[in-house]
Design a protein around this ligand. Structure first.
Ligand code: ZN
Length: 130
């Protein structure tokens, strides 16, 4: 099964919880067991898995990423969004998650987050279930 999730972000940097959208795609395709591959086809965005219960976790991750990658630096990239490219490479463009019983086999506190680093924009996440 293959699908593409459309995401509209609303801030320059933002984590969007897409766990429910992915599980909905798995459910509607009737997939019971398999492997879910998620891929972000953007150079200034990423995808990660982390705690979804406490929203402070995602804001803490963003705060530290913003400290590690300064907004102003002697960047050569003329588009002016080098920090977003660097954060995208630190977090990475893909995730692989087992699907069991029609659901993502995530830990109790885990959620899947689309990471926006150069928003607001219209974005995509490609979903493949094998
Ligand atoms: Zn750029």
């Amino acid at each position: 099964m293959k699908r593409t999730l459309a995401i509209k972000t609303s801030s320059r940097t933002e984590f969007v919880d897409i766990t429910a959208d992915i599980e909905e795609a798995i459910r509607s395709e009737g997939v019971d067991d398999g492997v879910c591959m998620l891929f972000v086809p953007h150079t200034t965005a990423a995808i990660t898995i982390n705690e979804s219960a406490d929203p402070s976790v995602k804001s803490d991750i963003l705060m530290i990423l913003n400290k590690i990658v300064p907004r102003k630096e002697a960047y050569g990239h003329i588009e002016g969004n080098s920090p977003a490219h660097i954060k995208s490479s630190i977090i990475g463009p893909s995730q692989i998650i087992a699907v069991e019983g029609g659901r993502l086999k995530l830990g109790t506190w885990q959620g899947v987050f689309f990471c926006e680093f150069d928003g607001p924009r219209s974005r995509k996440v490609h979903i493949r279930i094998l």
